[in-house]
Design a protein around this ligand. Structure first.
Ligand code: PMP
Length: 397
């Protein structure tokens, strides 16, 4: 039966981890990952999460099935995070949220639903984008193309080209946009640029699919939702995939959500009925543990306050690492200007290192980055930053 099965290529980033694990350099550093590490190089278990988990275990609640669309209190919490507690759209009953298996799960159920709704539409993603965007939408049988995004010459956004490309797309093209902390570049449009993007999306009658996997890692929970609220205020029908993998440091628990903004309450009910069919035939219903834990953090003021503090700590640590990297590169005699690293947001930086330089970092120094030059700033810490800066200075040398 399986004789003719061909070996699929390794996942480029997870493949890098496997290589890292067998590397024998004493000071090896893995900057290839998409995970937040604390200053001791560990994935934190947030105090807010631990408290919610202990309370859950203590309550010894039965583990029946959740509704197909997940836990209502969780879904409501997600809507508030995205649109604000005073959102008229929520009050009008036009917002639909389904708990999903991480951001990936949210994108997948959104993609399957869209394929049913818009079988002729194409999907466009930024160039570059998160590795899995293309694969995921192609697997859902869409043709996937790209719109210009990153400008290597300025280490910034190719805004005019991006806008022109969006303006020329056929109506009902699905546009995947990173609502904050772009992965992999760390380069985000300014809010003024977002206003123009949203207008273009509206005018060309495109279907935005906002991917928000790093809410809280840019400027703060509310600030990072500004783009979602901007689109919502313009009355644009859209889909939003949220991931809490990073913001709750719950990678393996698969916590995310798909949110859709419909034109009316009635429209929402019909959409929900269809979305439930997609979910039912994929995985039936989402898990109880992660949903309950995140829901209690979102809905308990004391835990919410603790969470926002811990999130701020993560955000500020990443910022400090950006600054130290730039300072240390200068201190190590690097002449090129790396200040663009300070303007980038979220966990990643497109460092500008070439594939050859990345290769040299790995072979000579045991430092792992993605061949595109993407580094995870959140994997730098006070103990490895000098080593990394010295190594980069050497490969640039
Ligand atoms: N979208 C983007 C832009 C991401 O970077 C990620 C995670 N790396 C995801 C979605 C998927 O998130 P999750 O791990 O929750 O599935």
């Amino acid at each position: 039966l399986f004789e003719a099965v061909e070996l699929a290529p390794r996942d480029p980033i997870l493949g890098l981890n496997e290589q890292y694990n067998t590397d024998t350099h004493t000071h090896k550093v893995n900057l290839g990952v998409g995970v937040y590490y604390d200053d001791d190089g560990r994935i934190p278990l947030l105090k807010a999460v631990r408290k919610a988990e202990l309370a859950r275990v203590e309550a010894a609640a039965p583990r029946g099935y959740l509704p197909i669309e997940g836990l209502a209190s969780y879904n409501n919490g997600v809507q508030t995070l995205l649109l604000g507690a005073d959102s008229p759209l929520i009050a009008e009953g036009r917002v639909l949220t389904a708990q999903a298996l991480g951001g990936t799960g949210a994108l997948k159920i959104g993609a399957d639903f869209l394929k049913q709704l818009l079988p002729q539409s194409k999907v466009v993603i930024s160039n570059p984008s998160w590795e899995n965007h293309r694969a995921l939408f192609e697997r859902a049988n869409f043709t996937v193309e790209t719109y210009p995004y990153y400008d290597a010459a300025t280490h910034g956004l190719d805004f005019n080209a991006m806008l022109a490309a969006l303006e020329s797309l056929p109506a009902k093209t699905i546009v995947v946009l990173h609502a904050c902390c772009h992965n992999p570049t760390g380069v985000d449009p300014s809010i003024e640029q977002w206003q123009q993007i949203a207008q273009a999306v509206k005018q060309a009658d495109l279907v935005p699919f906002l991917d928000i996997a790093y809410q809280g890692f840019g400027d703060g929970l509310t600030e990072d939702a500004a783009v979602v609220r901007l689109f919502a205020n313009l009355g644009i029908a859209m889909l939003i995939s949220s991931s809490f993998s990073k913001s709750f440091s719950l990678y393996g628990e698969r916590v995310g959500a798909l949110t859709l903004i419909a034109g009316s309450q009635d429209e929402k009910s019909r959409v929900l009925s269809q979305l439930k069919r997609v979910i039912r035939t994929n995985y039936s219903n989402p898990p109880t543990h992660s949903g309950t834990v995140v829901s209690s953090v979102l809905n308990t003021p004391e835990l919410y306050a603790l969470w926002t503090e811990e999130l701020a700590e993560m955000r500020n640590r990443i910022r400090a690492m950006r600054q130290q990297l730039v300072d240390n590169l200068k201190a190590n005699g690097v002449k090129q200007n790396f200040d663009f690293v300070l303007a980038q947001r979220g966990m990643f930086s497109y460092s500008g290192l070439t594939a050859d330089q990345v290769e040299k970092l790995r072979t000579d120094h045991g430092i792992y980055a993605v061949s595109s030059g993407r580094i995870c700033v959140a994997a730098l810490n006070s103990k490895n930053i000098d080593y990394v800066a010295q190594a980069i200075a050497k490969v640039l040398g």
